[in-house]
Design a protein around this ligand. Structure first.
Ligand SMILES: [Zn+2]
Length: 507
């Protein structure tokens, strides 16, 4: 039997996917669990990825006419109670502030005091508190559309948490917009879903399916929820971003009214949309391998890691000088309007330790430079989209000249690999037995990676959706926006259906 190759991450994806995920985060030093249960500490390498996501998305929001603002973290309970479905949807996961003060209890410990007359909810999402401001800001049709975004933290009390994927506190952005007509608000909802899809594909290198959620999976209080769904390497789906058409539900709850051109006062139409630090979880699970994190260059904290190789101080000076000259040459370059991000790792460690350190962190390019490379006027390149041992020597001049195209090539290789994986694991299924087989692991005790996306017919009934969910833990991820009309039969009840939907197990 062939010996399994050694991997930097143990266990491998195949052996234990959830544990592999935790180990990748640990090895890349991205985040850790905190002393507060359910909350994470995002370390510099993880936070730098978030900053890159944030900066680029923010630019896309501004290019589509949105402006940033900031609203309170606390929501008065009475505000929250205004939209019935909304309350019901979030009630079970709210952190509530009931007191305002700490007092000495006489034994040197502190006790809570100053009970509030009205408790505050720590925002799980901000529709209701932002709605109160919008009611003041919007008076006339001239104030519309109102296009606002907020970058913030939110809290949803979760006890079963997983770094980046599900934590009690997480970072996100929430867009909130107000429009004069239903059509405009619907158009905005779809437009922002498109922004998310473009960002996922072009920056995160994650192919996504754009579609509408079923009634059962909608945002509490929304008329329609749209989503982008991505496939992770364990073949489960991850909802990577959502955009909601809220109709007039929240406008009525918060009293957002305006005077139209003919002088009549009417309720406005609103939307909201968001993505969170969950995108980092998606990034890890879509691309990383058994040697650790793999990062698309566009969101990587560093594009290039320079690893100087030398045996004595004299060589060190030469090598550092040589690297300095290369850096001078790459500084004027721009990679998709951004500077080249680089780091010179001159720590006192072996070359191989350093190399593996950066492989595990997912740095796109490792450049090793020793006295021999200086003699040949060359650089030695390792790429994270290739095998760790697959290194290439290039003249330093060619390296600088080709750098941008090498980064682009890494970015597209990572995307194409994810796309290929999704294609391989998406199946058109029309037979109920086959559907059940597809979503049932062979080993029930220790389920192997199984399933994928099933593209199947659904009659539209909640009962069929619920039955599949309870029997298989499989949900309808979305009704794809580009699905073609086609006669078929519901995968569960066999009644006629006009469209296929995406079924999958999910995060
Ligand atoms: Zn059915």
């Amino acid at each position: 039997m062939a010996k399994k190759p050694r991997t930097a991450i143990i266990p491998t994806r195949e052996d234990d996917y959830p544990e592999w995920y935790q180990q990748v985060i640990k090895a890349a030093d991205m985040a850790e669990n905190s002393d507060v249960r359910g909350c994470m500490v995002i370390k510099p390498w993880g936070y730098a990825i978030w900053e890159n996501i944030q900066r680029n998305l923010d630019q896309m929001f501004k290019e589509t006419g949105h402006r940033n603002a900031y609203f309170p973290i606390f929501i008065p309970k009475s505000f929250f109670e205004k939209e019935a479905e909304h309350v019901e949807g979030f009630a079970k996961e709210c952190a509530v502030v009931t007191h305002s003060r700490l007092e000495d209890d006489g034994t040197g410990k502190l006790k809570v005091a100053g009970e509030l007359t009205e408790p505050y909810i720590v925002r799980p999402t901000s529709e209701t508190i932002i709605g109160a401001s919008f009611a003041r800001w919007v008076q006339s049709y001239r104030d519309l559309p109102l296009l606002i975004n907020q970058w913030a933290n939110v809290v949803r009390w979760e006890l079963r948490t997983r770094l980046f994927l599900r934590t009690a506190e997480f970072l996100w952005q929430e867009g909130h917009t107000v429009h004069a007509t239903k059509e405009e608000a619907e158009e905005e909802t779809i437009k922002m879903l498109g922004v998310y899809a473009k960002f996922a594909r072009e920056y995160l290198a994650i192919p996504v399916i754009e579609g509408e959620k079923t009634e059962g999976e909608r945002f509490p209080g929304a008329v329609n929820t749209y989503t982008i769904e991505a496939m992770m390497q364990d073949k489960k789906a991850l909802q990577a971003g959502t955009s909601h058409f809220l109709g007039q539900n929240f406008a009525q709850a918060s009293d957002i009214k305006f005077q139209n051109k003919s002088g009549e006062v009417q309720y406005a139409w609103t939307t909201s949309w968001g993505v969170s630090t969950r995108l980092i979880g998606a990034l890890i699970m879509a691309h990383s391998d058994d040697n650790g994190l793999v990062l698309p260059p566009k969101v990587a904290p560093e594009h290039i890691i320079f690893i100087p190789i030398y045996k004595n101080e004299q060589d060190r000076e030469k090598v550092i000088d040589y690297i300095g000259n290369i850096i001078t040459d790459i500084k004027p370059l721009r990679y998709h309007d951004e500077h080249i991000r680089y780091f010179v790792d001159d720590r006192d460690m072996t070359n191989s330790e350093k190399s593996w350190h950066w492989i595990k962190k997912g740095a796109p390019l490792r450049i090793e430079i020793g006295p021999r490379d200086i003699e040949n006027n060359s650089v030695f390149i390792g790429r994270r989209d290739k095998d760790a041992k697959d290194k290439q020597s290039l003249s330093s001049k060619d390296f600088v000249a080709q750098l941008i195209s090498i980064l682009d090539e890494i970015q597209s290789n990572i995307f194409n690999r994810a796309l290929e994986f999704r294609k391989e694991n998406t199946k058109q299924i029309d037979d109920k037995d086959e559907f059940y087989k597809f979503f049932t692991p062979k080993d029930i005790e220790k389920p192997e990676i199984h399933g994928g996306f099933a593209n199947s017919h659904w009659c539209g009934s909640n009962d069929c959706e619920d039955a599949i969910k309870s029997e298989l833990k499989v949900t309808i991820r979305c009704m794809p926006n580009n699905a073609e009309l086609e006669d078929g039969n519901c995968i569960y009840c066999n009644k006629p259906s006009k469209k296929r939907v995406i079924f999958a197990k999910s995060y």
